[in-house]
Structure formats: C-alpha cells, structure tokens
Design a protein around this ligand. Structure first.
Ligand SMILES: [Ca+2]
Length: 551
C-alpha cells in the first residue's frame, strides 16, 4: 500500500524566528500567512510547526503551559485555523509538535500537583528524598541533577530536561487519557498528525533505580525505551488510527533494529522516526563534543538505516532542525556555500524516505557568531561551556569555540527574507540578532538567481515528488571506503538514479561503478554547468554533485 506521508516533503517552521507579522520582533502566525505563497512556490506539501502553544519559553515552546491554545505572541486559535485552512487550500498538510514527556512547571496540572491530596499530584513523578539527598542519582539531559526539591511538600519532582520541564507520569492512566484528548483536540480541528518530542522517554522504570554513573543524563537507561513504552504508544496509536494522519517520533540514541520495534509496518506504533546517527559525524554523541567531520561515519549511518528499513519501515530524511547548527557550516563549506548547499540537498533528499527541510536551509543560511556568551539565549550554551571548561578542562578559546559552534542558537536566528533592515524579518527589534551576513544571503536574492540554492531545492523537491524512483527506489551504496565521495544508486521498476556527491574541494577522479554507462544517462540536478564525461567518469570540482537518471 502507498501511504501519502511517504510522498510528502515537509518544511519545519520554528515560529519565533520565521516571520514577524506585527512588528514586535517575534515571529508569528500572521508572518506565516504572509509567506504561504513562498512555501507553495518552494513546492513543499507539509508544514511541521514547532510548538505554538502558550509557554514561558524556558525551552522556547518545548515547555508547554496549555496544550489546547496558541501562544498570544503567535496569535490565537482562530488565526491558527486560518493558517490551517490556507495551507489545506494549497494542498499543504500541517502537523503539530506534541510534547508530552513533560509540561511546563507553569502548566495548571503541575501547579495543582503541589497538593498531595490533589488528583494531579500523581500526574507527575513526585518522590521522597533519601535523607537529605534526592530519590536517586539521575542527572538532567540539560543541566545538573534531575530532581527539584519542594520545601512545601518535602518531596522532589523528576525533570529529565530543564527544571522548568517536570516529567509527566504516563504510568497514570489519567495522564494517558489526557494525552489522547489533546491528540483528538487537534486532529478534530483538522491537523494532519504530530511530530512527537522525545517520545521514547515517556516510560520510566519502576522503582526509579540509580543510573550508571555517567557525567550527563545519568539514569537514561531507565527511561529510554522504558518498560511500558510500546504499550503506551499502542494506546496512542489507537487514537491516530481513527484519523487520516501520520506521526513522526523523535528518538535520541536510536538504532535501526530498535527503531523497527516502533515503526515496522507490520505493527506500527509510529509512522516515522527521527534518529540522530547521521548528524553525529562531526561530534561524539552530542553536538558540543566536537570531532573532525568524518564522511565515512556519516555514510555508514545513512546506509545502515536505508538498508535495514528497506521494505519494512520508512525513513525520515533530514540534515537540519531547530536543535542543531546549520549543515553547510558543519558538513559543507562556507567558502563553497552554494555548491555545498546544493550537494548536501541532493545527498539526503534523494535517498528513500520522507524529507524534512528546516526553515532557512533552502536559502543556505549559515551559523552565526555573536560577541559574547551572554548574547546567546539557548540554555545549552553556558552549560556546554562549563562542561568544556570544568569537566573536559579545555583551554578558554577552545571552550568558547565548542559552545558557540554547537549551540542551537545557530539555527534559531531570524530567517533572512531580503536585504532590508533586520533582513525583512521584522519592522521592530528582532528578539534575537539576525545573522550579519543577511545582505548577501537572503530569500529575495536566492529567488532571483536561477543558480541559487533556493532554485535548486525547488527543482529537487519537484523531482522528488514526481519520480517514484526517488521516492520508492531501492538504495545501494558504492565506494563505501571513500573519505571524499558519497555515491549511491536508486532502483525502481527499471529506472535508475546514480547520485554522486563530493565532500571536498579537491579534484577526485570518479569512475562510474560497474553497470553504469554515464553517456547513456541524463545528468540532472547538478551544481556545475559543464557535465562533460571522460571515459566513464570525470574529475570532481569542489563539492560537486551530479545525478544521472537512466530510463
Ligand atoms: Ca510578532
């Protein structure tokens, strides 16, 4: 069976930085409405909204204070419905971010939970301490310990992320009913599904035993893929099965074989899954422990997911989102921005799976650099700096380098629409500084230039949507040992694609793999004009990408 979510190209909007419609410096839904033509021209057919709900913004919307409303900074429910209708009119689906591992500490449930006699007390994970110490040794994934003490209750609550993000107790059936009601609320309104935030963390091991003593996220083995995770996700699936919608779950530290327990098409709990393996090719586990970019590590990750999911489950394809620095600055080259931007686009979007594009990626936005640590707003930055300084004992400059290169703020600068003041993002003062490169890098300029990254994405999206070989084709990698080239083929009903990507400035001698005669293929989606072939190959130019279509 063909499922429609397999034929989508999804565009992620992180609303605060997308477009400001009322001049207060903060992106909003009026701004989104004003860019609907832009999104339609780009050719995407689904929008994923990062959280739009009321939130004190301790983690920019990933700390929700009310699941059934829209943050007043972004608009209101009526305006959201207008955006939804406008999108649907253009054949664009809309999915919401469902963040139910935790709420904000300003959610009414949490406020009420601070009364031991309230039914809401058991909505969260409140525990007695051990003497003067917290209930166990768990550490937060963000900063410090995972327990916060309440003097009033003489109990601690669990927060595996920031202390303003108390974990919900999904073992309580009432909490699960609430989650289902929230899902129904948005699905009944007409949204087309959910991206589910750290959904694999929602089931905690009974008794909350001590974790293996690691310096960050200690205890994670007791809630990652926890004991009841599949039971709870199957319950949530019963809700989504009643609607024509799809779900994509975020799953840190996920492997393909483990993922199949969630997304195998014979017993799906989720339709799709975001894993992290391919975006760890220049770091160790987390973005801030940086290593040299290792192409072979990236290729191994991509190929392993392509091969292991083929015929059994469907991949998500992405290279950027709101949690990671800009991809050209990481895996490509700022010097060869246009060339490497197009190459990276071909490289991931032509694999098997549903591609996701993060706002600004389609115009080749780059990492930012501010003057001091205090100007950054991501709660990670200072923590990462301190870890580098105090735990890894790096030199001052190196700590600064680690912190600013890895910060999530890199992808959260306002979208650069044109070369007017504040990049056309706002008529007011932007909530976070616009990248100073906006006079050169902006959507207007990109749209006007036929050879831009934007126009490449436009062609690529069209090709991906219209060619079954790009959607459903089998995947096979070539030259696995190359540390400079990433080459793979796709096959579907007699049609073939050969995708050739260079990750270097160097000229590399490429020869077509056995069974391919380049002179019989059509060169498409290239990033250089001249596509001459010598023998059955060519010498690559910096960050060259070529795709050959054989029909
Ligand atoms: Ca605004």
């Amino acid at each position: 069976m063909k499922d429609w979510y397999k034929e989508l190209v999804v565009y992620q909007i992180w609303p605060r930085s997308f477009c400001d419609g009322n001049g207060d410096g903060i992106g909003d839904l009026e701004g989104v409405l004003s860019k609907m033509d832009y999104l339609e021209e780009l050719g995407i057919n689904c929008i994923w909204f990062s959280p739009l709900y009321p939130s004190p913004n301790a983690d920019f919307g990933y700390d929700i204070a009310d699941y059934r409303n829209i943050h007043k900074e972004y608009g209101d429910l009526d305006l959201f419905k207008k955006v939804l209708d406008e999108a649907h009119k253009r054949g664009i689906k809309v999915i919401m971010d469902l963040v139910v591992n935790h709420t904000s500490d300003e959610h009414q449930w949490f406020i009420d939970s601070q009364d031991k006699n309230s039914p809401y007390h058991d909505y969260y994970i409140w525990r007695k301490g051990k003497g003067k110490r917290p209930p166990n040794n768990w550490l937060s994934c963000f900063e410090g310990g995972a327990w916060e003490y309440s003097k009033k209750l003489d109990e601690y609550y669990l927060h595996v992320f920031a202390k303003k993000q108390p974990d919900l107790n999904h073992d309580n059936p009432k909490v699960r009913e609430e989650v289902k009601d929230i899902m129904k609320f948005w699905l009944d309104m007409g949204v087309d599904g959910f991206r589910e935030d750290v959904i694999t963390f929602i089931s905690k091991r009974k008794g909350l035993p001590n974790g293996f003593p690691i310096p960050a996220a200690c205890g994670i083995e007791h809630y990652m893929d926890g004991p009841n995770i599949h039971k709870y996700l199957q319950e949530y699936r019963e809700v989504t099965d009643q609607y024509d919608c799809f779900t994509v779950g975020e799953a840190p530290m996920m492997t393909p074989s483990n993922a199949l327990k969630y997304i195998d098409e014979s017993h799906k709990e989720l339709d799709l899954m975001f894993h992290f393996q391919h975006i760890e090719a220049d770091c160790f586990m987390v973005d801030y422990i940086q290593t040299k970019f290792d192409l072979r590590k990236m290729k191994r990750a991509f190929s392993s997911w392509q091969e292991k999911l083929n015929g059994r489950a469907w991949n998500t394809l992405y290279i950027e989102n709101h949690d990671h620095p800009r991809i050209i600055s990481r895996y490509g080259s700022e010097k060869y921005r246009t060339e490497s931007g197009k190459m990276l686009a071909n490289m991931y979007m032509l694999q098997q799976g549903t591609p996701f594009i993060y706002q600004g990626q389609e115009i080749g936005m780059l990492n930012t650099k501010l003057d001091s640590l205090d100007e950054y707003v991501d709660c990670f930055v200072k923590n990462n700096y301190n870890v580098a300084r105090n735990k890894v004992h790096l030199r001052e400059e190196k700590c600064w380098d680690w912190a600013v290169k890895s910060t999530r703020d890199n992808s959260r600068t306002p979208v650069q629409w044109d070369d007017s003041e504040n990049a056309g993002f706002t008529t007011g003062t932007p909530w976070f500084p616009v990248n100073v490169n906006y006079p050169e890098i902006n959507a207007k300029k990109e749209m006007e230039n036929p050879n831009s990254i934007f126009n490449h994405y436009k062609k690529l999206i069209k090709f991906k949507k219209e060619n079954d070989v790009a959607i459903y084709g089998d995947y096979k990698e070539h030259y696995k040992n190359s540390s400079k080239l990433y080459v793979y083929e796709r096959n579907y009903k007699g049609k073939r694609l050969l995708v050739i990507n260079s990750f270097t400035e160097d000229n590399v001698a490429f020869e077509a793999p056995k069974g391919f005669d380049l002179t019989k293929g059509k060169a498409i989606l290239c990033n250089y004009d001249n596509t001459t072939v010598q023998g059955n190959g060519f010498k690559t130019r910096p960050y060259e990408t070529r795709v050959y279509l054989f029909e």
